[in-house]
Design a protein around this ligand. Structure first.
Ligand code: PMP
Length: 451
C-alpha cells in the first residue's frame, strides 16, 4: 500500500463516522479509497479498478465522468453555484421542472425540489397530510405502508418504513400507521402462491382502506421493487390494484421511485409499466446521473391546488430546504436527461436486460440460491442455507458479504442486503462490462456458498 493511501486511511479512521457501518469492524480493516471513476469503473488510490456493480449505492446512471454532465456542471459554476428557491427561481431549476414533467407519467404537474430521497419523502408525507387539512378533512391523518418498505432514514420516512433491522430502534419516536403485507412472493406473508393468489397482498391494502379510509390520508410504497427490503419484485398488476383502491376510498397514492426511477426497471419510471400515475411521485438518487444530491416530490394539479389561497388562510406549504433547486444539481440533472435521449439509453437497455435476465436464470441452478428476482437492471439473488426449506443463512455468517469479498478480489464492487446479493449496475454500462459483472458474481456466489 502506498504511503498516501495509508495516510488517507488513517485520517479517515480518525475523523469520519460512516453511514450504515459498524465502525468497530471498519476500523479493523484497510479502507478502500475511491479516487477516480471512468465509465462503469471505480478506481481506488492504489490504481485498482472495480466494476461499480451497485451504481455507487444506486445513484449512478450513465457511468462516471460522463462528458455532457461534466460540462454542464462546469458551465453552471461559471454562472452561479447557488441561490435560494424560496420565493424566486434560477434557470436550471425552471428548465428542469419542465423536462421532468415531460418524462413523468401523464397527470403530474408540479415539482417541489429537495436534496435527498428521505427529504423528498418527508415532503410527500407532510404534503398529503396537509392536503386533507386544507380540504377540510383534518381527520385524515394516517398512512398505509408496506412491510419491507424503505423510504429513507429521517423520522417520517422511518415511520412508514418496514425493515425492523433499521427501524425498530426508533419505534417510540414514530407516528401511528397501518402496515400492509409485502408483495414478497418467494416468502409470501399470506402463504399463497402467485398467480392463484389473485394478488391477495393488494387485497390486504383494500381491507385496511375499507375499514379506516376516513382516517387515512395516503398509501406510500415503492412501485415494482422494494429495493432496500431485498430487491423484492411485485407481481404484475399489484400496482394497478392499489391505484384503484386509493381512488375508490379517496386516499392519495404516494409512489417512491427514489431507487426505481431513471430507467432502472427498463422504463423511465417503474409505475409506467402499469400505466399508473400516483398523486405524488418521489424521485432522487439517479436524478443527477449519480453526480450530486437532488430530489423532488412531484404532484398532480389536485394536490397543488389544495395549497392555493390567500396568505392568511395558511394553506401555504411551510417546508423547504436550504439547497432546494440548487442550480448546479439541476444543471447536472438536465444533462442527465439529455444523455438519455442522445444515447438512446432506454432503447439500448432492452438488449442488456435480455442478456441480464438470461444470465440470471443460470444463478437459480446454484445450490444455495433460493430465489432470483429482477425488474430491468435491478436484481436480488437470495442466498439460502437450504433450498428445499428456504432456510436462510444466519445473519452472523454474513454470507452476502462473503460473496461481495470474493467479487472484490475479481474487480467487482458489490454491496449486499443481508443474504441478498444485489446487482444494480449503471444502466449505461457497456455490454462487455455487464458480462464481466455477471460472470464474476456467479463465480463468487458459487465459491462463497459451496466451499
Ligand atoms: N426511498 C427509497 C426507495 C430508497 O431506496 C432510498 C435510499 N436507498 C430513499 C428513499 C432515501 O434516499 P436518500 O438516501 O437519498 O435519503
Amino acid at each position: 500500500m502506498s504511503d498516501s493511501t495509508k495516510k488517507l486511511g488513517e485520517l479517515d479512521k480518525e475523523f469520519v463516522w460512516h453511514p450504515f457501518t459498524q465502525m468497530k469492524e471498519y476500523e479493523s480493516k484497510d479502507p478502500i479509497v475511491i479516487e477516480k471513476g471512468e465509465g462503469a469503473y471505480l478506481i481506488d488510490s492504489e490504481g485498482n479498478k472495480y466494476i461499480d456493480g451497485v451504481s455507487s449505492l444506486w445513484v449512478n446512471i450513465h457511468g462516471h465522468k460522463v462528458p455532457e454532465i461534466d460540462k454542464a456542471i462546469k458551465e453552471q459554476v461559471d454562472s452561479i453555484s447557488h441561490s435560494t428557491l424560496l420565493g424566486m427561481t434560477n434557470p436550471p431549476a425552471a428548465k428542469l421542472a419542465e423536462q421532468l414533467i415531460n418524462i413523468c407519467p401523464e397527470g403530474l404537474k408540479k415539482v417541489f425540489y429537495s436534496g435527498d430521497g428521505a427529504s423528498a419523502v418527508e415532503v410527500a408525507l407532510k404534503m398529503s397530510f396537509q392536503y386533507w387539512k386544507n380540504k377540510d378533512k383534518p381527520e385524515k391523518t394516517k398512512f398505509v405502508y408496506l412491510e419491507n418498505g424503505y423510504h429513507g432514514d429521517t423520522l417520517g420516512a422511518v415511520s412508514v418504513g418496514g425493515i425492523d433491522l433499521f427501524h425498530s430502534a426508533f419505534k417510540e419516536l414514530l407516528f401511528d400507521t397501518y402496515k400492509a403485507p409485502s408483495y414478497y412472493c418467494y416468502r409470501c406473508p399470506l402463504n399463497k402462491t402467485y398467480p392463484s393468489c389473485n394478488i391477495a397482498c393488494a387485497g390486504e391494502v383494500e381491507k385496511i382502506l375499507s375499514v379506516h379510509h376516513q382516517q387515512i390520508c395516503a398509501v406510500i410504497l415503492e412501485p415494482y421493487v422494494q429495493a432496500a427490503g431485498g430487491m423484492i419484485v411485485s407481481p404484475e398488476g399489484y400496482l394497478k390494484k392499489v391505484r384503484e383502491y386509493c381512488d375508490k376510498y379517496d386516499v392519495l397514492l404516494i409512489l417512491d421511485e427514489v431507487a426505481t426511477g431513471f430507467g432502472r426497471t427498463g422504463k423511465m419510471f417503474a409505475c409506467q409499466h402499469e400505466d399508473v400515475t400516483p398523486d405524488i411521485l418521489v424521485i432522487g438518487k439517479g436524478m443527477t446521473g449519480g453526480y450530486l444530491p437532488l430530489s423532488a416530490t412531484i404532484t398532480n394539479q389536485k394536490v397543488y391546488d389544495a395549497f392555493l389561497g390567500d396568505y392568511e388562510e395558511y394553506k401555504t406549504f411551510f417546508h423547504g430546504h436550504s439547497y432546494a433547486g440548487n442550480p448546479i444539481s439541476c444543471a447536472a440533472s438536465i444533462a442527465n436527461i439529455e444523455v438519455f435521449e442522445k444515447n438512446n439509453t432506454l432503447t439500448e437497455l432492452k438488449e442488456k436486460i435480455e442478456y441480464f435476465e438470461n444470465e440470471l436464470k443460470e444463478f437459480s441452478g446454484l445450490e444455495h440460491v433460493g430465489n432470483v428476482r429482477n425488474k430491468g437492471l435491478m436484481a436480488g439473488i437470495e442466498l439460502v442455507e437450504d433450498k428445499e426449506s428456504k432456510k436462510p443463512y444466519e445473519a452472523g455468517l454474513k454470507m452476502g458479504w462473503k460473496v461481495a469479498d470474493k467479487a472484490l478480489e475479481n474487480e467487482v464492487m458489490l454491496r449486499p442486503l443481508g443474504n441478498v446479493v444485489v446487482l444494480m449496475p449503471p444502466i449505461g454500462i457497456p455490454m462487455e462490462d455487464l458480462k464481466k459483472l455477471m460472470k464474476v458474481t456467479f463465480r463468487s456466489i458459487k465459491e462463497a456458498t459451496e466451499s
